[in-house]
Design a protein around this ligand. Structure first.
Ligand code: C5P
Length: 236
């Protein structure tokens, strides 16, 4: 059964390129508030994985549409992140790899894919609230989010962070390859015609290059509290 979307549930949108700590911050804030999370990147990764597995070309709009109707992608919350399932198959490791990110970025350019995944993303909006992270949470998916944060960092710092993260998960990667990968994916995500990676006009942009996760979490929580506490919210 498709869950009923509750458009009154508050949404915190956290956007930005890869390696800025979005996913970690989104998870921490959601745990702190007791809210749901939406890792929209995982959805794009899982969809691209299925498209590649079924040999559906990014130019095949009909095939992609049919895949979006037939595919059942599930997310299961675990202590160290989210497990991604297709039916009863665990595809977490495949989709979390760098090639998983590259494929996601290729299929994410296709309008029919973005349209198909839009409803699924919005259906995650349920009380008491949702923390959604991705590229277009504040601009397209949840334009009425009560707070939009855009996390950024220098490409060198982001490559270092991804390197540590992937090494920690046992992936065989090099810093050089990651720097190249990040530059390519940035270029693709920022310059695509549909839902390009840009901060929403009303987003707070935070450069996290010189900050650790604890500092970024504290700053984001301060913005959240200011918005959620009516005493601190400016009255019109
Ligand atoms: O966030 P993550 O690195 O997992 O995202 C993988 C890719 O999925 C991104 O590089 C981007 O191309 C695509 N994506 C997107 N819109 C989102 C989330 C992810 O286009 N909201």
């Amino acid at each position: 059964m498709t869950p009923v979307t509750d458009t009154t549930a508050p949404v915190l949108a956290i956007d930005g390129p890869s390696g800025t700590g979005k996913g970690t911050i989104a998870g921490r804030v959601a745990r702190h508030l007791g809210w749901q999370t939406l890792d929209s990147g995982a959805l794009y990764r899982a969809f691209a994985f299925l498209a590649v597995e079924n040999s559906i070309d990014p130019g095949d709009a009909e095939g992609l549409e049919a895949l979006s109707q037939s595919s059942v992608i599930q997310f299961v919350a675990e202590l160290d992140g989210v497990k991604i399932l297709v039916g009863d198959r665990d595809i977490t490791d495949e989709v979390r790899s760098e090639s998983g990110g590259r494929n996601a970025s290729v299929y994410a350019k296709v309008a029919v894919v973005r349209k198909a995944l839009l409803r699924r993303q919005r259906s995650m909006r349920r009380p008491p609230g949702l923390v959604a992270d991705g590229r277009d949470m504040g601009t397209v998916v949840f334009p009425d989010a009560f707070l939009k944060v855009f996390l950024d960092a220098s490409p060198a710092v982001r490559a270092q962070r991804r390197y540590k993260q992937l090494k920690g998960k046992g992936f065989d990667v090099t810093l050089r390859a990651l720097e190249r990968e990040i530059a390519e994916r940035d270029d693709q995500d920022r310059n695509r015609a549909v839902s390009p990676l840009v901060p929403a006009a009303d987003a707070i942009v935070l450069d996290t290059s010189e900050k650790d996760i604890g500092e970024v979490f504290a700053e984001v929580m301060q913005f959240v509290n200011e918005q959620l506490d009516p005493e601190k919210t400016p009255r019109s």
